[in-house]
Design a protein around this ligand. Structure first.
Ligand SMILES: C[S@@+](CC[C@H](N)C(=O)[O-])C[C@H]1O[C@@H](n2cnc3c(N)ncnc32)[C@H](O)[C@@H]1O
Length: 234
């Protein structure tokens, strides 16, 4: 799990998850795949809403923490290919900008195609993205510093071409002995205009909806982070 998400999720666990929970509604025993399930923050909420959740997570430590909140947890790195999955799903969720880590539109299309193949007819794909506007804004400011408890998160975003954005993440983490340890991580992210993403989705999916962080329709790029949901035709 990335350093940034480890801290931002702890600081803001429910506000954005509320959008996906509202959208998916009660599971009533339906099957859901949580891609990048991490330590199960979202899986737990979905399980409580009656979904039978299969988590998929590359980080074995996060997966072990998330496993109790899922019916099944699969430890696998999607970059190495899709692992065997136990049947098809009624919903697939990828929360917290996982798709932005795919750095080409063809990689986004492959992800959508893969989700399509693992959904039952009528099944839903739900994911959120950081918009191009948001990534540009982050690159235009010197840095973001946030305090989480006694720890500090510092994010510096840079881009050389306005397409790929490099996130340099530093966490100053307070230790029991009172000293701070510096943890660092660099990740690359990319986004595409919402219309381009919708066009890629509509090759396979119907009922495409775009929702802003406030849960209302967001067809423009004015928001930093948006959710997209669509359905595999019945
Ligand atoms: C931001 S966290 C997700 C949080 C969780 N979905 C939630 O909403 O509470 C992203 C997770 O995706 C996982 N991840 C990133 N790349 C992955 C890959 N290639 N295959 C599987 N998991 C991956 C990371 O390890 C991390 O735990």
């Amino acid at each position: 799990m990335s350093l940034a998400s480890r801290y931002t999720l702890k600081g803001d666990p429910y506000s954005s998850h509320a959008v996906v929970l509202d959208w998916l509604g009660d599971g009533r025993g339906r099957r859901l795949l949580d891609v990048g399930a991490a330590d199960g923050l979202l899986s737990r909420l979905l399980t409580a809403r009656g979904w039978k959740v299969t988590g998929l997570e590359a980080d074995p430590v996060a997966a072990a923490a998330g496993a109790p909140h899922c019916e099944r947890m699969i430890v696998a790195d999607l970059d190495a290919g899709v692992p065997p999955l136990p049947g098809d799903f009624d919903a697939i969720v990828c929360a917290y900008q996982g798709v932005n880590h795919l750095l080409s539109l063809s990689a986004w299309q492959s992800f959508f195609g893969c989700a399509y193949r693992h959904l039952n007819p009528g099944g839903m794909l739900v994911f959120d993205i950081a918009t191009v506007r948001y990534l540009m804004t982050m690159a235009s400011i010197p840095k973001v510093v946030e305090q989480f408890g006694d720890n500090y998160l510092q994010i510096t975003v840079s881009t050389t071409d306005g397409a790929r954005f490099r996130w340099h993440i530093e966490v100053f983490e307070l230790q029991r002995d009172g000293r701070y340890v510096l943890l660092t991580q660099a990740v690359e992210m990319r986004s595409f205009p919402v219309d381009q993403v919708k066009e890629a989705l509509c090759r396979r999916f119907t009922d495409i909806e775009v929702i802003g962080g406030d849960g209302r329709s967001a067809d423009r790029e004015s928001e930093g982070r948006i959710w997209l949901a669509c359905a595999r035709p019945s």
